[in-house]
Design a protein around this ligand. Structure first.
Ligand SMILES: *[C@@H]1O[C@H](CO)[C@@H](O)[C@H](O)[C@H]1NC(C)=O
Ligand SMILES: *[C@@H]1O[C@H](CO)[C@@H](O)[C@H](O)[C@H]1NC(C)=O
Ligand SMILES: *[C@@H]1O[C@H](CO)[C@@H](O)[C@H](O)[C@H]1NC(C)=O
Ligand SMILES: *[C@@H]1O[C@H](CO)[C@@H](O)[C@H](O)[C@H]1NC(C)=O
Length: 337
């Protein structure tokens, strides 16, 4: 009898059933999330909108921002026609997009660390009053990021590329030994941070791509083997810290064009800029950096907000093959009352 059964269960093992229910709910939630991420990954248009700019009134030209104008225009019919054509193209593009295995294969992460920033006296402040210079804050969040990635998968490897004032340097080959990478970061910060604020007008990413070409192998995506996971994926994490120096992204550089087409190469960006954006070129820099995005990037910007920079680095922990597009990522956990 059902009632008896239920009563028994309640009497004998209230606690276990409680655990079981929670476990099942969690399991269901995780599976659902996985399914949603996968379907999102494969079906959602690939252009994206960067989440809540802290203070930059960005005039970025990404198609996603068009949706804000939608409906406000004097000529609605024209706009919606454009919009529909655009949506149709996106749908077609998504049908053509290959299916990637969403497996947590080891990541090789290139930390692109900017050691040039504008005002070393502008500080991050924690809730308890502790302050951090921009470099020390970078170190702190990298410490968290590297340890967490290592804990998730010991085969995660890291390399260090340092962006000095005018050129990039390869400071550490790929390694899964955290000591090596922390040493390399410390050496870099000691050596390069003694210099004064950044005075150059622009930083050319072409040299960065040249270094990547020399130092990094990227697994090839083969349509006929698309079910087989690659041996690893490569992710470049650009930690840009300048508020006056424009990044030059060489859109016509053959190697950059090649990189943008690689299914197993990702570029994520964290811009940490000065607070007083009126006095700096934060918005231009933010817009320029988005040219690194091929639709799969996670892009964040933060001024001197210690909470927010920690939030951003935590969001960057997700594995590129398993995360949804940034635009539709939802970090709410559980159900709100
Ligand atoms: C809207 O665009 C259509 C097609 O280009 C044009 O024929 C029409 O006159 C426009 N209407 C307004 C109000 O501008
Ligand atoms: C990286 O590895 C190459 C080849 O093994 C070696 O020549 C080079 O010195 C290494 N670079 C660094 C920065 O450790
Ligand atoms: C810092 O960022 C957090 C999280 O994004 C936000 O809730 C908070 O209001 C921000 N603090 C300031 C002073 O802007
Ligand atoms: C995220 O998910 C929560 C419930 O899990 C929902 O209430 C919220 O609206 C979602 N946010 C977005 C931006 O979709």
């Amino acid at each position: 009898m059902r009632v008896t059964h239920d009563n028994q269960l309640t009497a004998d093992s209230t606690q276990q059933s409680d655990y079981l229910a929670k476990y099942l709910a969690l399991y269901f939630f995780v599976s659902l999330t996985a399914v949603l991420s996968v379907s999102a990954y494969n079906t959602i248009p690939s252009e994206m909108e960067v989440e809540s700019p802290e203070m930059i009134p960005s005039d970025n030209s990404h198609p996603a921002s068009d949706s804000n104008d939608f409906g406000n225009s004097e000529n609605n019919s024209q706009l919606s026609d454009d919009h529909i054509t655009q949506l149709q193209q996106q749908v077609i593009a998504n049908f053509q997009k290959p299916n990637l295995p969403n497996v947590n294969v080891p990541e090789r992460i290139i930390i692109c660390l900017d050691v040039c920033c504008d005002d070393k006296s502008s500080l991050f402040r924690l809730g308890d009053g502790t302050t951090f210079t921009p470099f020390n804050m970078m170190k702190r969040i990298l410490d968290f990021f590297l340890h967490s990635k290592h804990a998730i998968n010991k085969r995660t490897e890291f390399a260090l590329l340092v962006m000095t004032e005018s050129e990039p340097l390869w400071a550490q080959n790929f390694t899964n030994n955290l000591k090596d990478i922390f040493n390399a970061i410390d050496c870099t910060l000691l050596k390069d941070c003694a210099t004064n604020g950044c005075t150059t007008e622009s930083f050319d990413f072409q040299n960065v791509f040249q270094l990547i070409k020399q130092k990094v192998g990227i697994p090839e995506f083969k349509q006929e083997e698309c079910i087989l996971p690659p041996p690893y994926v490569v992710r470049m994490l650009v930690l840009y810290g300048r508020s006056n120096c424009l990044p030059l992204i060489p859109q016509d550089d053959p190697y950059f064009i090649f990189l943008k087409k690689q299914m197993y190469f990702y570029i994520d960006i964290l811009l940490a800029h000065e607070e007083e954006c009126g006095e700096y070129k934060c918005a231009e820099i933010y817009d320029a950096l988005q040219d690194l995005d091929n639709g799969y990037s996670y892009v964040f910007e933060v001024s001197r907000n210690a909470t927010k920079i920690h939030d951003c680095i935590a969001k960057l922990l997700a594995h590129p093959l398993q995360r949804p597009l940034q635009r539709i990522a939802n970090y709410t956990f559980g159900v709100r009352q």
